[in-house]
Design a binder for this molecule. Sequence first.
Ligand SMILES: Nc1ncnc2c1ncn2[C@@H]1O[C@H](COP(=O)(O)OP(=O)(O)O)[C@@H](O)[C@H]1O
Ligand SMILES: [Mg+2]
Length: 231
Amino acid sequence: MPQVTRCDCRKAEMAERCWANARIPRRYEHCSLADFDIHFPGADSSLAKARLAAGRFVEEYPVESTGLMLIGPVGVGKTHLAVGILRELAEKGIPGLFYDYRELLKEIQNSYNPSVQTTELAILRPVFEAEVLALDELGAVKPTEWVWDTVSHILNTRYNNKRTTIITTNFRDLPPGSLEPELTAARRAARDETLGDRIGERMRSRLSEMCRKVEMTGGDFRQKVQSADFR
Ligand SMILES: Nc1ncnc2c1ncn2[C@@H]1O[C@H](COP(=O)(O)OP(=O)(O)O)[C@@H](O)[C@H]1O
Ligand SMILES: [Mg+2]
C-alpha cells in the first residue's frame, strides 16, 4: 500500500496552519483566485490579466520571488486577489501574512502608549519576517514624516532580507506632484495624489525593484452585485 495518507495529512495540516496564521480579515476569508470573476458585465481585460498574473505568481514562487503591486481604484478586486494569492500559497505550505496598512500603522502607534503591553518591535517582527507579506491599501494613511520613516523601515527591511511583498494600492504609481500640474492652485489642493505623494519617491522607486506592477482598471464588481440584488 502506498504511504500517502500520513503525508497528505501533514500537508493539509500545514496548509491549514499557514492559512490560520495569515491574519486574513473575516470579510475576505472567502476570496480565492478561482472565484475571481473576469466575465461580469463591465469587466475589462485588465482583470483577466491581473488574475493570470496572480496565478502565475503562485505557480512560480519561490523560484521567481518578485512580488506584485496591484494598482487600481476601489472595488476592482485588489484585496480579493491578494488574499487569493495567500490562500494558494498556504495550500502549497508557504506561510504568508496579511496586513492592512492603516491597521499596521495604527498598531505601531498604539504600541508607543506606555500603558500598552506591546512594543513596536513585537508588532514589526512578524511583518519583517513573513515569508510573503500582503500589505493592503499602501498609502492610505495621510503622510507625515513618521509615516514615511515607518513605511521605509518596513519596505527596506524586507528588501534587504529578500522577502516577497504583495502590495495593493489605490494610488497611481507616479512621482510626487505629477498629476495635472496645469490645474489651478485651488483645484490642485484637492487633486488626486500619487503613490509618490503618499509614501515618498524613494520608497516608490524601491517598490519598483520589489514588485511587478499589475494595473487593474475597469469594472467595479460590487456595483454588479448590488444591481443584481435589486433585480
Ligand atoms: N472580479 C471579482 N470576482 C469576484 N469577486 C470580486 C471581484 N472583484 C471584487 N470582488 C469582491 O468585491 C468586494 C470588493 O473587492 P475588493 O477586493 O475589496 O476591491 P479593492 O480591494 O480593489 O477595493 C470583495 O468582497 C471581493 O471579494
Ligand atoms: Mg482593498
